[in-house]
Design a protein around this ligand. Structure first.
Ligand SMILES: CSCC[C@H](N)C(=O)N[C@@H](C)C(=O)N[C@@H](C)C(=O)O
Length: 351
C-alpha cells in the first residue's frame, strides 16, 4: 500500500505537482483501504497521506485504513480547513474527471493555491491489478458463477425478466455480495437493447434471453453475460448467436500481453462483419474491471491501450437487431505473462 502512495507521488512529480486531492470513491478506496469511500476524501502530499471522513465513520475508518494513512474526522468544510496549511505553496492536482464544479469552487476558496486538473493519475495505477486485487475479482466472479448456476433453471417460458433479476440479486445478497450494476435481463425483441434492464416482460418459448450481471464483493466487481435459449429460437437467432459465440471465442483466444486493445477489438469485429453483423455490434469489445465495473483499459475500435499482465478485462461482443432480438456473450479474463486466464466459468449455450 505504501508502494501505491510512492507511485502516486512519483507520478505527481512527473506532471509538476506536489500534492493530490482524491475525490473519486474508487481511488479513495484504492489508496486508503477505507470501505465507505463515497464519504471520504484523501490528501496526498510528499510527506503525508490523510483520509478525511466524518464522525459516522470514526471507528470504521481507523479499522480500515492501510498503514501510513492518517485518519482525520472532520465535516467536509472542516476537512478543507485542516488541509489548507498542509498544501500551502504547493501546486495541487485534483481529479479532473471526478471533481464537481462546486467542489472545485470550495477548494479554490479554502486553499488559495494553484490547482491542476489531472487525469488518470490513480486510474493508470489501477490498470494493473496486484495479486490481492486479482483474487478479489476472482472471488466475485466465482460467486457470480455459483449464483448463475442456481438461477439458470428459472430462465424459462412463463417467468418474467424481473423474476430472474430478483433471483440473481437475492443470490448475490445471500452470499455476502451486492449487485455490481442493475441486472440486465433482455428477452425476445428486448434483446435488441444492449442494456435492457429487467422488465416485467414474460419470457416466451423461442426467446433468446441475454443475462448480464456482476457481483460486488469487498469492493471488487465481476461482470459476465450469457445468452440463454428458451425452447427453439428461430434459425436467424441461432445464426446470430453462433456468430457472436465465434467472435467471442476468437477474441479470448487472441489475448496476448503486448497487443493493442484495438487489435483485439478488430478480431471480434471482423468476424461479425463477415457474418453481416458489423452494424449490429453496437459497442466496444470490452473494458477493464476492478473497483469500478467500467475502468481501463478500453477495448474499443482503434484503442491504443496496450494489454499487460495483471489487467482484468471483459470480452463481450454482441449483435442487436431491432424488432428481432439480440445476443451478447461476455467473459471476464485475466491477462497473464504468457496469455490469459478466463475467470468466468458459467457454461455457454450451444444452440
Ligand atoms: C452499466 S454496467 C454494464 C456492464 C455490461 N456488462 C457492459 O459492460 N456492457 C457493455 C455493452 C458496455 O457498456 N460497454 C461500454 C464499455 C461501451 O461499449 O462503451
Amino acid at each position: 500500500m505504501q508502494q501505491r502512495l510512492e507511485r502516486i507521488r512519483a507520478a505527481l512529480g512527473r506532471e509538476g505537482t506536489q500534492a493530490l486531492w482524491v475525490s473519486s470513491p474508487a481511488s479513495v478506496r484504492y489508496l486508503s483501504g477505507f470501505t465507505h469511500p463515497e464519504d471520504g476524501r484523501m490528501l496526498i502530499t510528499p510527506t503525508q497521506a490523510v483520509l478525511y471522513t466524518d464522525s459516522r465513520y470514526t471507528v470504521q475508518a481507523r479499522e480500515d485504513v492501510n498503514e501510513g494513512v492518517e485518519v482525520v474526522i472532520a465535516a467536509p468544510q472542516k476537512a478543507l480547513e485542516d488541509a489548507a496549511p498542509k498544501v500551502e505553496g504547493m501546486k495541487v492536482a485534483v481529479e479532473g474527471t471526478h471533481l464537481t464544479v462546486s467542489a472545485l469552487e470550495k477548494l479554490k476558496e479554502a486553499w488559495k493555491v494553484q490547482l491542476h486538473p489531472s487525469e488518470g493519475v490513480v486510474e493508470n495505477l489501477r490498470l494493473i491489478k496486484a495479486e490481492d486485487e486479482v483474487e478479489g475479482v476472482r472471488a466475485a466472479q466465482d460467486l457470480a458463477d455459483r449464483v448463475f448456476a442456481a438461477v439458470r433453471p428459472q430462465i424459462k417460458a412463463g417467468a418474467r425478466e424481473v423474476d430472474v433479476a430478483i433471483a440473481l440479486e437475492q443470490g448475490l445478497r445471500q452470499a455476502g455480495a451486492t449487485s455490481a450494476f442493475d441486472v440486465i435481463v433482455a428477452s425476445g425483441v428486448r434483446g435488441a437493447l444492449p442494456h435492457g434492464t429487467a422488465s416485467d416482460k414474460v419470457i416466451e418459448d423461442g426467446d433468446l434471453v441475454t443475462v448480464d450481471f456482476g457481483a460486488n464483493l469487498n469492493g471488487y466487481n465481476s461482470d459476465m453475460t450469457r445468452t440463454v435459449a428458451v425452447g427453439q429460437p428461430s434459425d436467424e437467432l441461432k445464426r446470430i448467436y453462433n456468430a457472436v459465440l465465434e467472435a467471442e471465442e476468437a477474441a479470448v483466444q487472441a489475448i496476448k500481453p503486448g497487443m493493442k486493445a484495438g487489435d483485439l477489438d478488430a478480431v471480434a469485429r471482423d468476424i461479425l462483419e463477415g457474418h453481416g453483423l458489423g452494424e449490429a455490434f453496437a459497442h466496444s469489445l470490452g473494458h477493464g474491471v476492478g473497483l469500478v465495473v467500467h475502468e481501463g483499459p478500453r477495448l474499443s475500435k482503434g484503442s491504443e491501450d496496450v494489454l499487460k499482465p495483471g489487467m482484468v478485462i471483459t470480452i463481450e461482443p454482441g449483435a442487436y437487431v431491432e424488432g428481432l432480438g439480440g445476443v451478447r456473450i461476455e467473459d471476464l479474463v485475466l491477462v497473464t505473462e504468457d496469455g490469459y486466464e478466463v475467470l468466468s466459468h458459467s457454461p455457454k449455450e450451444q444452440v
